[in-house]
Design a protein around this ligand. Sequence first.
Ligand code: NDP
Length: 492
Amino acid sequence: MKQYAMLVGGRWVEPASGAYFESVNPYTAAPWALIPRGGKEDVERAVAAAKSAFREGEWPKLTASARGALLCRLADLVAAEADALAEIESTDNGKLIAEMRGQLKYIPQWFRYFGGLADKVEGRVIPIDKAGVFNFTREEPLGVVAAITPWNSPLLLAAWKLAPALAAGNTVVWKPSEFASVSALVFGRLFERAGFPPGVVNILTGYGGEVGEPLITHGDVAKIAFTGGDRTGEHVYEMAARGLKRVTLELGGKSANIVFDDADLDEAVKGVVSGIFAATGQTCIAGSRALIHRSVYDAFVERLLALARTARMGNPLDPDTQVGPVTTRPQYEKVLDYIRIAQGEGAVCRLGGGLAERPECGSGWFIEPTIFTGVRPEMRIAQEEVFGPVLAVIPFETEEEAVRIANGTLYGLAAGVWTQSIRRALTMAERLEAGTVWVNTYRAVSYMSPFGGYKRSGIGRESGIEAIREYLQTKSVWIDIVGHAPNPFVMR
Ligand code: NDP
């Protein structure tokens, strides 16, 4: 098994503890890599390196255009390594090679877009209401940013944080998930090759409690950019609040895919299937609730079952596989628990409902694509994030009822609407409490379009121009231009 090292201050280092843990391939359920088990001491070193790189040396002296050029060079290197990185991700987290290749080929765009944006961040000259002074603003970086990423799309979600953070001039300490660290450690080499000064990007691996917590609570960390579960996100927010730190939190959801009776049902069936079974349901934007208009309900469910039954399960490295394993053992157990909960609540299991024991599934953590009907909106299976291939189907009668059910969870990440009516599309886009609304499509994201959650799905936005503002702070500068001190005893 290959043993990896962490990146601190431009050097590849062992953890201070000397300890390593195994990363497991979800398809074979066998360990395949040894990951450094970082701790508090490593956090001290990495944050010190990031702080020093922020204040001294080459990085703060670079023009914004030069920073942008480094990001564009990084983009080219990622593009050249895309296939190799995709294979690592697929081996480490069990997601389909086709999906990971698609992500890796798209990731360079985040670095190009924010590289291009780096020198378009401008302050303002304010036509101030006071005589004899000149007032302008500067947009400045925050300092050291902690980026904490999950296992489902490790490099994509890191790019969403690192590209704007670096474009804005911050330095970064990045902690990937303990379940998918290898791609981060290999990716780290590209920062060196692109020419980033040492310490601008540092990578620490290990467990959330041992590396993540000391990183978040460290006095020299200015901001935490986190993607993961809402419970962990809540804890991250509490820790950050004690230090009055900035956060962006991207925390998953219980997104509704709403099919009206005027929809193109062939397209809608594909959209609902792709919303929940692509990526084995392990995405924050999974359309885990299908809301179907009563008049097309029976016909739609039959088509849904027919299409879902055709899903080919198997080795995620095989390009023909459509549904891979669940990434982690705890996740596998959590999904099985939710299937039992749904059955206990009286939902009707129409497809799947358990382990997939087929030869093509190896010894991996596979769960059959599962569809429940007879689901009521208040059931736990319709309220809580499962993060697996489990769909809850709920009928509705009116637009009003669809909106009420769709908005009736604690989450608000995304929603899908299937209709031919432009009036209905626009009305639903307005009324749905979600950071993203897709009409007649699902699972589309872009480096150009802001992404984030309403309600318990998160705080702040990633991607698009909005994202760079999350990594900047505004300074107001006042300059006297008349040269005589006004009355020192009153405010100017
Ligand atoms: P977590 O939210 O626990 O993990 C996300 C990241 O946070 C990982 O890097 C993790 O490290 C880190 N972390 C965990 N605990 C802490 C802590 N106390 N302080 C600082 N960092 C911490 O996700 P899980 O893997 O446990 O999955 C749990 C649930 O979260 C899933 O079932 C799913 O519902 C949801 N989820 C949502 C995602 C999304 O895209 N929104 C992505 C992944 C999960 P480590 O891996 O070492 O624990």
